[in-house]
Design a protein around this ligand. Sequence first.
Ligand code: HEC
Ligand code: HEC
Ligand code: HEC
Length: 217
Amino acid sequence: MERLKSNIRIIKQKRPINNSPNNINNYLKLIKGGDKVKKIILVFTLLFIVGVCFSAFAADAKYVGVTKCKMCNSTSKSGAQYKIWGKGSHANAFKTLASDAAKKTAAKAGVKGDPQKAAECLACHTTAYDPTTGKKRGDTASTLTMEEGVSCESCHGPGSVYKSKKNMKDHKLYLKTGGIMPNKELCVKCHNPKSPTYKAFDYEKRKKEIAHPTPKK
Ligand code: HEC
Ligand code: HEC
Ligand code: HEC
């Protein structure tokens, strides 16, 4: 009854003219309707809060650079991902742009100046650039270098949030905090005909060439 009264008070304040206080049925209808509206507002508020939390997560994640990944992915027990990556060509992708071959490729592609300074080349040759936009990333920490080339975070996503021990130990948490398990769609952001040296990309075959699994326990 107290609740009904307070609801009536609210409605009175909101709609002082249209509703005669004598007609209680009218009020009951309004309260029912009001509750529905309240429910809808509540649901939307909750959705909004959840949305804000998630976007805050994503916004907080920054590219931290390979020296941070190295700390936990160097031992053979972990699978020595850092060593395996370091021996592959992704780790040299930025250095490649200093070669004579790169200069020739750039000239052919109509790109002027030093390829190591050209966004047209850097787009796919270093983690510091986003291959989708072709621009330097905004969400980077000072520990990310151009020299590390196509490093862990190019494929696994920005690591500042998922890199903690707690998140790395639990695969679900890793995924929740922005960690990516790469797939073909990710590779072809760079392995596509926009590359001036494009070679047909067979995902299953190329994936084996860069494999760096965690040893099975
Ligand atoms: C950010 C861009 C980028 C992404 C994403 C990327 N690559 Fe690459 N990849 C490169 C570049 C650039 C090179 C050449 C590096 C060099 O020679 O200096 C390369 C080279 C390679 C090579 C060496 C063989 C060759 O033809 O030179 C393999 C294998 C490869 N990538 C596989 C993959 C796979 C598999 C994925 C997805 C899981 C992937 N790459 C994702 C940019 C990328
Ligand atoms: C769309 C992504 C992309 C862009 C843009 C790009 N590259 Fe590459 N680059 C690659 C990939 C991927 C490879 C690995 C070989 C392949 O499959 O194309 C590569 C390989 C190379 C190689 C190694 C030679 C070889 O055949 O493997 C050189 C040199 C090179 N790129 C120079 C450049 C230069 C110079 C530019 C700018 C004019 C440039 N790249 C722009 C993705 C790109
Ligand atoms: C060119 C893309 C690429 C780069 C660069 C890369 N990875 Fe990966 N990584 C992959 C792919 C593809 C897989 C396998 C995904 C699958 O099995 O579905 C993988 C899997 C992994 C796994 C999980 C292995 C397992 O068996 O569960 C770890 C850990 C890992 N990478 C760490 C690293 C670290 C650390 C670096 C940098 C030193 C790195 N990766 C660089 C593409 C990449």
